[in-house]
Design a protein around this ligand. Sequence first.
Ligand code: SER
Length: 321
Amino acid sequence: MKKILVIGSAGQIGSELVFKLREIYGDDNVVASDKCPNAGKKLQEKGCLFEILDVTDRDALREICKKYEINNIINMAAILSAVGEKKPTLAWDVNMGGLLNVLEVGRELAMEQVLVPSSIAAFGPETPADNTPQETILRPKTIYGVTKVAGELLGDYYVQRFGLDVRGLRYPGIISNETLPGGGTTDYAVEIYYEAIKNKKYTCFVKEDTRLPMMYMPDCLKATIDLFQADFSKLKHHADFNVGAMSFTVGELAASIKKYIPEFKISYEPDFRQDIADTWPNSVDDSCAREEWGWKPSYDLDAMTQDMLKVIGEKYEKGLI
Ligand code: SER
């Protein structure tokens, strides 16, 4: 039976993934963890098993794994691209130190699997920007991207060298309505919906023609769980799968919102995050994910916009945001 530890359970993906995993594997078989005790209280109020854990503390990680007889780890703790540029050494410590701890504890305790995410941030300005191939030039310009490329290589190393089952996805920008993202470049694609509901206007920190690969949270959860459940013997890749869902400019995103909120207005004040966005692809080729574990997204831009505006609109009416 699977006993899964989710690290970074208070974050944008972790906070939703924990509940999806509980539905599939049972409430007693999923342990949420995060370094933030307040988030822990919220998760415990919803019935989750919870432990305070800083992923950079290998001894604490090992103890929690032993206590709950964990045999699968999903590590969602990370410093994202924008915060990483402000605190590069912290990004290295959390992203690389945390990853090494997860891989080492996975190896020491002979875990069934560890799932460790990568990102479109693994790509850089020399990478072909359209329909970016699975195998391509990986020369990122952000510290976040550097840790993601190193993480992909380290994950593959643990597969080959130690026979540990390590898997990971290159997540595009993730759009969701439960927990706000924490300090990434693609955060505008979430903020825009909240501002559209609250103020009918948004000032975007990247330009109108900035195009990036994006994915709605239900597809993100599906991709994560589909890869988690995939047959290891069918995987040719391990810690670096391209996964695509949609690709749009900010202008197209604003136009999609205007279909439902005609008075919505957008303006642009690009900041340092524009430079990061300019080094990332427009869209990715995810045929390896489709072939090796059957990846198929469900949401396009308008379907996502309708759902986002409905859910965030309901929260606003109830005074929750
Ligand atoms: N959403 C992330 C970021 O913007 C990309 O993986 O940093």
